[in-house]
Design a protein around this ligand. Structure first.
Ligand SMILES: *[C@@H]1O[C@H](CO)[C@@H](O)[C@H](O)[C@H]1NC(C)=O
Length: 467
């Protein structure tokens, strides 16, 4: 191992015997030097070949887990089904980086009230798949998204160049790529010729531009960009926003800044700290056991998040959480949580104060959790407070109950006036509208219904949504 991958100290220790050997050769002036030293040849030969073999085996082990395609093919059918029911949207979460893909699953008629569900940290849209179906079947358009770093959304970004400290595995991988490119005997030939390792070339390769993956660190700024861009792309404004668990802390700033886009807010067991104790996933060995084996994760989930969740559901959450280097992203997002978030201050601030709000709380949890619910209810005196019989993580069996609360709340609000006046209408549609009414520029004030019918017709969707 020391020959190729280690630092200069190691290579230096390798050089002296070699140079000594050369000196002794020249001093004795043996006529047949080749036959004299078969040992170093076979020594280095064996070393290089076994090194290459070890690297190859270890890399194939690592890459089989990280390659998105083989990961996807290894998923259980329920997850693949969920994936095929949704789609991905390109989102730019940082101005200087390439866009990432965010997964959304949706259900229900498109031209209707839009319900957008954001999961808490540790979960994904998969936990809400029955809930969106159920809301959709009640005639509302419901969308659940995977935050970056979770579920089927991208969990890392490709960083090009940079002189970041590479881990051991990454360094070995670079040397392995070099050997693949130049052939197994390249390093060996080089050594025979010069008596030294091709260290400079390896360093040159390491310092040249390289592509490496960095975990996405999801904070409230990133969440804000995701929400804005998903809502824009899907044309969802105004939305009925459903924030589960720690999604409240992540989305709160966006809501404050976009209160005109938010028609109502539903909080489901919301808290600054996620139900799943993510910090545990930062402890070596424990994290490997928890994420690597079903029984560990199952214990953790049933202890903190949900008592009645089926094993296959817990397993699906584990696979999604762990897959494609998900752990790094999860831990990174934990670091960015705003632990000083004050729900009372937020809920009573100017922008939020006027938005209809509902709080849905688990009555099946611990005493601490019920107390927390009381505290939240007090902090948001205007909010409608209801309890559900499930746990902090939504269970399949309780999906109908949660969906009923959400859709009943949306239903009893006056229908959204689609913000034709404020929202920029897509250019093409605007053109159609203008052409249809050459003289009328007052439609925004008098003709919502008319303008709206035109809007839907322009999309070929026929009749306007029912009121
Ligand atoms: C964290 O929460 C506090 C209290 O709600 C708020 O004043 C502050 O702006 C938040 N910080 C960030 C970075 O969002």
């Amino acid at each position: 191992m020391a020959i190729i991958t280690e630092e200069e100290e190691d290579t230096k220790t390798l050089i002296p015997p070699k140079t000594k050997l050369k000196k002794s050769e020249s001093s004795t002036k043996n006529p047949k030097p080749q036959s004299q030293n078969p040992f170093p040849f076979w020594f280095y030969f064996t070393l290089v070949v076994s090194l290459a073999t070890i690297i190859f085996i270890s890399l194939s082990l690592f890459s089989s887990h990280n390659d998105p395609r083989s990961w996807f093919l290894s998923l259980p059918p329920s997850l693949r089904q969920h994936y095929s029911n949704g789609r991905t949207i390109k989102v730019q979460i940082n101005p200087n980086e390439s866009p990432i893909e965010v997964f959304v699953a949706e259900s229900g008629p498109i031209q209707s009230e839009n319900v957008v569900i954001v999961h808490g940290l540790g979960l994904s849209s998969y936990a809400f798949k029955e809930i969106i179906q159920s809301i959709g079947s009640k005639g509302f358009h419901s969308v659940a998204m995977d935050l970056p770093g979770f579920g089927f959304s991208d969990k890392s970004i490709v960083v090009i160049g940079g002189d970041r400290d590479l881990g051991f595995v990454a360094r070995v991988k670079e040397v392995y790529d070099l050997i693949q490119e130049k052939g197994v005997f390249w390093a060996f030939d080089h050594m025979i010729e010069t008596g030294d390792l091709p260290y400079e070339e390896i360093m040159k390769l390491q310092n040249s531009k390289r592509r490496s993956l960095e975990a996405i660190e999801l904070g409230s700024e990133e969440t804000a960009r995701v929400l804005s861009q998903v809502i824009d792309t899907l044309g969802l404004s105004p939305v009925h926003l459903v924030l589960h668990d720690s999604a409240l802390g992540l989305a709160s700033n966006w809501v404050s800044e976009n209160s005109q886009t938010v028609r109502s807010i539903t909080l489901i067991d919301s808290s600054v700290s996620p139900a799943l104790p993510l910090w545990i996933l930062n402890i070596p060995v424990i994290r490997e056991v928890l994420l690597g084996f079903s029984f560990g994760f199952e214990k953790l989930v049933s202890f903190r998040c949900s008592k009645e969740m089926t094993l296959s559901q817990i397993e699906a959450h584990r696979i999604l959480l762990k897959g494609r280097n998900g752990r790094e992203a999860v831990v990174a997002s934990l670091k960015k949580l705003n632990h000083s978030f004050d729900i009372a201050q937020w809920g009573n601030s100017d922008g939020i104060n006027g938005i209809p709000m509902q709080v849905i709380w688990s009555r099946d949890g611990s005493k601490e959790w019920s107390d927390e619910g009381q505290r939240v209810a007090k902090a948001l005196p205007k909010a409608k407070f209801v309890t559900h019989s499930g746990s902090r993580w939504p269970q399949e069996s309780k999906s109908g109950e949660l969906a009923d609360y959400i859709s009943d709340f949306v239903y009893q609000l006056p229908r959204s006036i689609r913000q034709v006046a404020e929202e920029p209408i897509p250019e093409k549609v605007q053109k159609v509208l203008d052409e249809a009414k050459p003289g009328g520029d007052h439609d925004h004030h008098h003709g919502h219904g008319h303008a709206h019918a035109g809007y839907t017709d322009a999309y070929g969707l026929g009749e306007e949504w029912t009121t």
